[in-house]
Write a protein that binds this ligand. Sequence first.
Ligand SMILES: C[S@@+](CC[C@H](N)C(=O)[O-])C[C@H]1O[C@@H](n2cnc3c(N)ncnc32)[C@H](O)[C@@H]1O
Length: 466
Amino acid sequence: MPFRVRTAIFRWSLQSVPYSTHSSSSSILHKFSSLAQPQVHGQSVETCDDDGFLPWLERKAGCRISSSLSIGKSSYGRSLFASKAIKTGDCILKVPYKVQITADNLPAKIKSLISEEVANIAKLAVVLLIERKLGQDSQWNPYISCLPWQGEPHNTIFWNESELEMIRQSSVYWETINQMSQTERDFLAIRPIFECFGQSFGDITYKDFMHACTLVGSRAWGSTNGLSLIPFADFVNHDGNSEAIVMSDDDKQLSEVTSDRDYAPGEQVLIRYGKFSNATLMLDFGFTVPYNTHDQVQIQLDIPKHDPLHKMKLELMQQYFVPPNKDAENLKHSWNLFTIKEVRSTKGKGLPQSLRAFARVLSCTNRQELDDLVVEAAQTDGRLGRRPLPDVNKEIQAHLMLSSLITQLIEERSAAIMSLEESFNSSPFCERVSVRRFMARDLLRGELRILNSASTWLENYCRSSF
Ligand SMILES: C[S@@+](CC[C@H](N)C(=O)[O-])C[C@H]1O[C@@H](n2cnc3c(N)ncnc32)[C@H](O)[C@@H]1O
């Protein structure tokens, strides 16, 4: 059975949850000297003044932003630490909308020239490029100079071909290719404006633009306010198990974070950017965690071309397997794409019902069986193949087909992990390659865990169906 990983979309990453009843929208920089890391006699210099940053932002905001956090460094890069004891429920930071950066900060004459089709993430990237070009003259310079430099992020969009080859088995591979295409399209749409306003932009390359988009994607939050960069809040690092998230309050016109636990002075404070799998973390944020409870695997099932019932099955699938249409992310999900999460218990919900239903339809070998499924759907809840097939052998066959697909995915990932582990022992690599290898291993191990759990569940289902 042929299947492919999912073709994905450019996702806005961070989500800020609004307090108000308004609906929240989904969230989310070699030549352009102002974006490349400044050099002093060939050595890079740190321009961000961590001690002066918060007082600067508070002066700009005209109010206190945080009395319990200080800026420092950890293995995660710039980080926020408890400067005094923090208790669960304490509000640890409040950043007014007026010191947040949105696409509204675009000069009117540039804004009017950017097509509606250009992604919000790209519009905000243009703001960053303009402010960066202004250097010391930018009102945002203390913030802009704190942002990571080109060459620092490990988002998969910056991986070279051989690095991407390490994750070919995962949907992240295709998501990265799609993200590159989307960024290229946005760059081509925006480049004429860069040329028109040469004095504001200088000579901006695709790499500069890609870096700016990645910065926005990894540190902007979406709210009723659109996509916003929230200075200071975006120095907090991620813990997928934290309950603390950035909340936006339209009435008070600010974003804030309430602590979900006690912190001793000096401890690093973490929040949850979202319930993100390692696939999302490496694509949009350039890191992974060794064990990610939010991991999932995307698989795409196709109707074999040689299936005599191909046309009829295709029509039925397109009619009945409509993708969830809840938000922009799901808009691009196809009817034959399925997300598998870890199946923690043989008694629980198991594999997604829609995937099992799809397998039942695929396993039909004559028109009558397909017609029977249509009749059953009309008599029940209108969904195709949601009930076990009346013929137990056919039901088991449908699930065995899924099982063999999953076994194939397991074998591919196991082989990829083994080859990565062999390479760890063999040749020494530069830090960049080494970081990316560990990321690839975290990703593949997580996906393998999910697939193994699915396989166990399927074995059990088939055994208990006899
Ligand atoms: C919103 S910023 C947080 C501040 C960032 N550390 C900095 O230096 O500006 C998100 C970035 O922080 C880093 N990061 C956040 N959480 C992390 C984690 N748990 N492990 C590794 N890197 C992390 C990643 O580089 C990510 O793209």
